[in-house]
Design a protein. Structure first.
Length: 232
């Protein structure tokens, strides 16, 4: 039985978690054996792209992603653990206390600021490796979300970053999204401008751009939520 709790799926059922469902789980079954589902909690650890930099409340990645997931029938709460300007080092430092008992799954979106600062790929890889190991040690499914590395530090540096997401993803059995902004990058600069997909800094997506990103990210997050296991 899976706990993403998408209505109509084979995994739709009851999740009993101490401190979360309480005694309500005991009385969840009604006439005909129907079950009252507990929401799954997804922790989104990231930088300004996760945090929603420059956008009005409700327009950022986390609220748009949660709304998209719920529109698909997923009963989920997404916690915004995005910090603008954060690197993989910062994410590594704060991950432990972010993994509170109600968290059922984790999405890690970090690395963009490491790239912007020209930090070595090996450093980012080590930090993400430690983060993934900690999440897996707690028995939680994880998604690893990256970005396409720029080429301004040379092809070896670029290739070093681009290899992080698929390689670490394979090591830890993570759901992998190699490039969060791929749906926007696939368009020409002229099309991006005409459609208003980016903010004025040309780094962060607009609300419309986030919507385009969420349309591609959402199915991968549903795949992640399908991996949540019921508590023993």
């Amino acid at each position: 039985m899976r706990a993403c709790l998408r209505k109509g799926s084979s995994g739709y059922g009851v999740r009993r978690r101490l401190g979360k469902a309480g005694l309500a789980g005991i009385f969840a079954l009604g006439i005909g054996g129907a079950a009252a589902a507990e929401p799954v909690t997804l922790l989104a650890v990231g930088d300004s792209l996760t945090q929603g930099f420059g956008l009005e409340q409700g327009q950022g990645l986390v609220p748009q992603l949660e709304a998209w997931l719920k529109a698909q029938g997923a009963e989920v709460t997404v916690i915004n653990a995005g910090v603008s300007g954060d690197t993989t080092s910062g994410g590594r430092a704060r991950l432990g206390w972010s993994l509170t008992p109600e968290v059922d799954a984790v999405m890690i979106e970090l690395g963009a600021n490491d790239m912007l600062r020209g930090q070595p790929p090996a450093q980012a890889r080590e930090n993400l490796d430690v983060m993934l190991a900690e999440v897996k040690a707690r028995g939680l499914p994880v998604a690893l979300v990256g970005l396409k590395a720029p080429g301004n530090y040379g092809p070896d540096w670029q290739a070093g970053y681009d290899a992080i997401w698929p390689e670490l993803g394979a090591t830890y059995g993570a759901v992998v999204v190699p490039d969060l902004l791929a749906p926007i990058a696939a368009k020409t600069p002229e099309a991006r401008a005409a459609e208003g997909l980016m903010q004025g800094d040309n780094i962060h997506p607009s609300a419309k751009g986030v919507g385009l990103v969420v349309g591609a990210l959402g199915p991968k997050v549903l795949e992640l939520l399908d991996r949540v296991k019921p508590a023993p």
